[in-house]
Design a protein around this ligand. Sequence first.
Ligand SMILES: *[C@@H]1O[C@H](CO)[C@@H](O)[C@H](O)[C@H]1NC(C)=O
Ligand SMILES: *[C@@H]1O[C@H](CO)[C@@H](O)[C@H](O)[C@H]1NC(C)=O
Ligand SMILES: *[C@@H]1O[C@H](CO)[C@@H](O)[C@H](O)[C@H]1NC(C)=O
Length: 345
Amino acid sequence: MHSPLRSNRLTFLSLVLYCFIIINNVTTTTTTTTLTFHEAYSPLFSKFNIHPSPDDKTVRLLLNRFSGSGIISSDYYNYGFFSASIKMPSQHAAGIVVAFYTSNVDTFEKNHDELDIEFLGNIKGKPWRFQTNMYGNGSVSRGREERYRMWFDPTTHSHRYSILWTPTNIIFYVDNIPIREVVRTAGMRGDYPSKPMSVYATIWDASSWATDGGKEKVNYKYEPFVTEFKDLVLEGCIVDPTDQILSSNCTDNIAELMAKDYSNITSEGRKSMKWFREKYMYYSYCYDNIRYPVPPPECVIVPSERNLFKNSGRLRSKMKFHGSHHRRGRANRRRRNKNKGVSDV
Ligand SMILES: *[C@@H]1O[C@H](CO)[C@@H](O)[C@H](O)[C@H]1NC(C)=O
Ligand SMILES: *[C@@H]1O[C@H](CO)[C@@H](O)[C@H](O)[C@H]1NC(C)=O
Ligand SMILES: *[C@@H]1O[C@H](CO)[C@@H](O)[C@H](O)[C@H]1NC(C)=O
């Protein structure tokens, strides 16, 4: 469906994709239950910057000169499907990070698990970018970042972002497009997240690294920066976080999760994923042979993707990327990447 279309026919492509999403919405059989803010989440920090709507279905998280803000799911999940429709701050958003992620760093400080979707601000007029990442059992020295541009402006409408996490695979979705799948392999050992996690949503000042490698700082002239979350979905097995083994009441729940159609990418979904990755991904740790001479065990080297990337995991063709794309020393980059991965592509 997407393969004959060439790179400069963006508008047409977006239209095709849009139709595809609509059709998919009509035919999809999965029903998800939408929760209110207070059913799903609790304030994590800076309650004064957390503003639920009167009907409690939407929550706005603010960043101002005093603080960012964050919310945390009221429960811990051992595997699940976590989703929200998110609208990015519309003002000049350089230096701002909006994150939707799962973690258990509060319970397992030294060997935590984490799955991330992080939106990396933008310079006015330049496209927004975002990354996905994964840690397991405290693998903070082995970042698994992929970075992407978006095929839409995330500030004008809400778009749905989802994380599926099962014992066998992880899928990140944007709207109905699966953008990344990690299939668990034995070689990953503890690097595959497997302990109970909470779900978080935060907005914060990441001036030191988020936009153009930290050159573009948050400009508080434009405060407050507001991100809006709605259509809150948290499905999975609710557990006590200190359970080291899967509580036995999760067995049925996980089977149910894995039988949902979002847990299994259809052939149409594969096509959309291929389209997205070849067109919008601009960094992948799997193709960064400087960082990982041997790609981590879960990496599936897709020849049509591999051809697009240099050994640095960055795109060969600059034409593919119209955003801020500045060169700088790799050594610096490596150093700063220690915890949060590539910081300035
Ligand atoms: C988790 O990490 C610890 C060290 O922090 C290590 O001893 C253990 O083997 C790891 N577990 C797995 C399953 O890899
Ligand atoms: C599993 O057990 C915990 C407490 O032991 C409970 O809170 C949770 O609701 C149970 N989950 C399911 C899916 O039944
Ligand atoms: C997932 O899809 C594969 C092939 O696309 C199929 O063999 C498998 O039965 C599906 N699993 C579920 C749970 O639907």
